[in-house]
Design a protein around this ligand. Structure first.
Ligand code: NAD
Length: 503
């Protein structure tokens, strides 16, 4: 049986505990590897390695740090297919989608290639007589990232791409369900350094684990900042514990993204967009679109009919089948959870139009597959509407007016993404301005901002002030130091007992 090791101080490390977790192949349902689960002592070794490496790395001039990012990006491109196959084999998403996962992370590395420009400070010459004021952005020290199973490449790179480029060293605690790609990323990062004649050991470390390791991160006195992405209850816990321990914390949580379909929308396109956004990656995306809100009776009937026909064309298959639209979900427990939500939806009185529960792939009956499901006449009081299902389930919630449609995502506990489909620019503009959600798509079903913008939801989809990547990422992983400098000339000035002003 293959073992997935930690990666500490530039080398694989088996860990000091006998705690381990199963890594499944979701296509077959079989255990394909064991991953070591860290105890606090293992985490401490990684933090000590990061602490040793940090002053030298921060002292490396920013253009040399950027060159490491350029080389790392080149290696990611070179190894794209190998990484995508590894990612699919543990997560279950199809290979083209895994390539997208890596590509989205790679784009953050591209942004990090420009870090010297992003780090430039501010300078005021002559703020007072002979006085100049300037500010600089300095790294925090050692930062940690805790990531979910559903983007094993993109989300780690959201975090360490920026954190490291600005001069921190990093400890990554990826999801124990899909642990192999994060280790490969760390190995490639070391290779990027050695290709440039630099020893980067300790700059990026990977420690696998569960709550035990997360709690050790939150309590470790030498970790200055923690970035978390995962489900909301745990995000809130991480935010509360981390900030109470004096750390800077950003914690992204779950989602329930709505797609509003106005009567003037281009329905053929909307149906294609909804199908990809609701069922792609088996719905295991925080920017999936699991709720569609048609406005008006006519829109609802037309949309429902076309969605049923579209769902009929979907192919659920192995994650390495190039013809499959989506593959299995990540685990048997998750498949059961999605099935339970479908049952609950029926019990709550929603109309189950398409039931994906009985799907099974011939020859792979033990794989974690689940077919696409469609509910109609879902209402805002239902638990299946209020909670995140995170599976291939699309819910139709009918609205009578624009205002009613706008109120649904605005009042929902989650506020990650939302989309409106319309040909009316004024309606789209008003929707974008008024909706109480962090990321908005206008005829764009999955409005994930590009790397040089920043990513973050509102309400229970994100705790903390800073978004991921873009300039918010730079701000999160640095702190500003402001220097006021005077080079006096002439006579000694008298003491002053009032607050200095520069009039
Ligand atoms: P999860 O919350 O179960 O796990 C996330 C991380 O927390 C993992 O590293 C895990 O090991 C750790 N963890 C698990 N249980 C813990 C506990 N009790 N205490 C401390 N740490 C614990 O999430 P997941 O199932 O891996 O990922 C899916 C969730 O992530 C969904 O809710 C999805 O919406 C969310 N997500 C959000 C975003 C975003 O940017 N908002 C992006 C991707 C995924």
């Amino acid at each position: 049986m293959r073992n997935v090791h930690h990666f500490i101080d530039g080398a694989a490390f088996a860990g000091t505990s006998d705690r381990s977790g199963d890594v499944f192949n979701p296509n077959t349902g079989e255990v394909q590897a064991q991953v070591g689960l860290a105890v606090p002592g293992d985490l401490d070794l990684a933090v000590q390695a990061a602490l040793r490496a940090q002053p030298g790395w921060a002292g490396t001039n920013p253009q040399r740090r950027a060159r490491v990012m350029f080389e790392f990006k080149r290696l990611l491109d070179l190894h794209m297919q190998e990484l995508a196959e590894l990612l699919s084999s543990e997560h279950g998403k199809v290979i083209a989608d895994s390539r997208g996962d890596i590509q989205r992370g790679l784009e953050v590395i591209e942004f990090a290639c420009g870090i010297p420009h992003a780090l430039k400070g501010e300078y005021t010459e002559g703020a007072g007589p002979g006085i100049d004021v300037y500010s600089m952005r300095q790294p925090l020290g050692v930062a940690a990232g805790i990531t979910p199973f559903n983007f094993p490449a993109m989300i780690p790179m959201w975090m360490f791409g920026i954190a490291i480029a600005v001069g921190n060293t990093f400890v990554l605690k990826p999801s124990e369900k899909a642990p192999s790609v994060p280790v490969r990323l760390a190995e490639l990062f070391m290779e990027a350094g050695s290709n440039l004649g630099m020893d980067l050991k300790g700059v990026l470390n990977v420690v696998h684990g569960d709550k035990v390791c997360v709690d050790a991160i939150l309590q470790h006195p030498s970790i200055a900042a923690v970035s978390f992405v995962g489900s909301s209850d745990i995000a809130q816990y991480v935010y509360a514990q981390g900030t109470a321990a004096g750390k800077r914390v950003q914690a992204m949580g779950g989602a329930k993204n709505h797609g509003i379909v106005m009567p003037d929308a281009e329905l053929d396109q909307v149906v294609k967009d909804l199908s990809g956004a609701a069922f792609g990656s088996a719905g295991e995306r925080c920017m999936a679109l699991p709720v569609v809100v048609p406005v008006g009776q006519k829109t609802a009937e037309a949309l429902r009919e076309r969605l049923v026909a579209e769902i009929d064309t979907l192919k659920v298959g192995l994650s390495n089948d190039p013809a499959a639209h989506y593959g299995p979900v990540v685990s048997a427990a998750h498949r059961q959870k999605v099935s339970d939500y479908i049952q609950l939806g029926q019990d709550e009185g929603a109309e189950l139009v398409v039931d994906g529960r009985n799907f099974s792939l011939q020859g792979y009956e033990k794989g974690f597959f689940i077919g696409p499901s469609l509910f109609d006449r879902v209402t805002s009081g239902m638990k299946t509407y209020q909670e995140e299902i995170f599976g291939p389930v699309l819910q139709i919630v009918r609205a009578e007016s624009f205002d009613q449609a706008l109120a649904l995502p605005s009042a929902h506990q989650y506020g990650n993404g939302v989309a409106i489909f319309t040909r009316n620019g004024r309606a789209a503009r008003e929707f974008a301005a008024r909706v109480n959600v962090g990321m908005v798509g206008i005829n764009v079903p999955i409005p994930v901002p590009l790397a040089y913008h920043s990513f973050g939801g509102w309400k229970r989809s994100a705790f903390g002030d800073a978004n991921q990547h873009g300039m918010d990422g730079v701000r999160f992983y640095t702190r500003v130091k402001t220097v006021t400098a005077r080079w006096p000339e002439g006579d000694v000035a008298d003491s002053s007992f009032v607050i200095p002003t520069m009039r």
